[in-house]
Ligand binder design. Structure first.
Ligand code: ZN
Length: 87
């Protein structure tokens, strides 16, 4: 992974799931399923999936391993699978 996750998340111009446009002020968050930036409506739908809890726990564990290797910054990237932010 060479692309900065911050660029990918914070300045994504559309939701990866429903392709709704994301403005600079719109909140976005990472999917725990595919790690793409998605809108809050899609996140809510994701949270209602029956496997969400299991998948999110697995995702955070893997995320901590990956980010330590790829970014040397285990804090932010994993955090934003659960806490949205804006551009
Ligand atoms: Zn969406």
């Amino acid at each position: 992974m060479t692309e900065s996750w911050e660029d990918k998340l914070s300045c994504a111009t559309q939701c990866d799931r429903c392709h709704q446009k994301l403005g600079q002020k719109d909140q976005r968050i990472f999917s725990v399923y595919d790690h793409q930036p998605i809108c809050m409506i899609c996140k809510k739908a994701e949270e209602e999936r029956s496997d969400y809890e299991a998948v999110s726990k697995a995702a955070i564990g893997q995320c901590l391993i990956d980010t330590e290797l790829a970014y040397g910054d285990p804090g932010g990237y994993c955090f934003h699978h659960f806490y949205p932010f804006t551009c």
